[in-house]
Write a protein that binds this ligand. Sequence first.
Ligand code: PEP
Ligand code: MN
Length: 387
Amino acid sequence: MQPGGNRKVMKESLAMIIIMKPEIDPKGQELHQVLQHLKQYPGVTAKVHSVKGATRTLTEVYLIGSTATLPREAIEELPGVERVVKISEKYRLIGRHQGQVEAVGFEYNGVVFNQDAFHVFAGLCAVDTREHVEQMLRALQKAGLTTTRMGAYKPRTSPYDFQGHGQACLSYVFELAGKYGIKVITMEITHEDHIDEIRKALTESGNPTGVMLQIGTRNAQNFELLKVVGQQDEFPVLVKRGMGITLEESLNACEYVASEGNRRIVFCLRGVKSHLGDPHRNFVDFAHVPVVKRLTRLPICIDPSHSVGRRDRAPDGILDIFHATAQGVIAGANMVLVDFHPAPERALCDGPQALLLEELEAFLEDVAIAREAYEKRKALAARFTQA
Ligand code: PEP
Ligand code: MN
């Protein structure tokens, strides 16, 4: 046997993208003509991707194989073609390619995720009791939120710490989510079997809600798990930044998911492990929000709870977690993942960083101030860029 003979061959990679004009019909004549035209080039495979964005559907043709001699200009002259983009080496699927491709995002269970959208996912770090789940979800409904976080499978540093209720809590979590109008729950998985357990529990409870699979910081380089979440496209994926690896290495985790077929990905900044961040649990890295937006097409989430890790309050009366959240939101974050708990002193995981239900209203108002400031900053930048 040759060395590596029984291993899978290297993935054939994306080499070019033909971006169709926004108004073209993905089933129409123009696209058909482009695909016919491509047939004359041997060794080139074309795959059509239609991404439903917030306001329109973007159609792209992905070209795989030997595209080196493809006449770009001839393709660009075909009706319906907006432009042809040569793919750069890094982040082939999730990348912006020097700003040549748009960040379209995706819709899941009626919720739109893209680089302009904004959602707050407030909830329990770990599900402990049914009562706490219900209290949490009732508070979210009262605040007008339809998105939450609920940890069932907890990856813990110590084997003696609470590992999460796992499968056992799924049915009541989903049932209650339906009762309180929750559309999407982020839920960490640590093993591929958890996907089947979630799917089964959702089906058995009549699909009352949706789940975004969370890949935790500790699994940012668990390549087999990343491949598995990429091989299904039923559930979108929230990939958290690896705590002790570079941003590039973490973004490659998203590229792993995308390269297996699932493009419904959100990237989450959650701080990096460094004592230079002391006394915070991690060194807050929300200055990377605009960087990730520039490098990739992905919506960006921030997790102030796991970044800051404690309920300290600054002399101005504002909690450090609120301050860090505002920093990420004012920089354009599209999603906030934040821990709340009805009784943090009784929480089985990460109680010290949980915000109180009574703080939800203030949190959301503070977030709205930061978001409004971001919108104003964006408008200001647009005015000066045009001038
Ligand atoms: C979590 O969000 O519950 C979690 C464990 O976060 P992280 O993977 O960022 O530590
Ligand atoms: Mn936690």
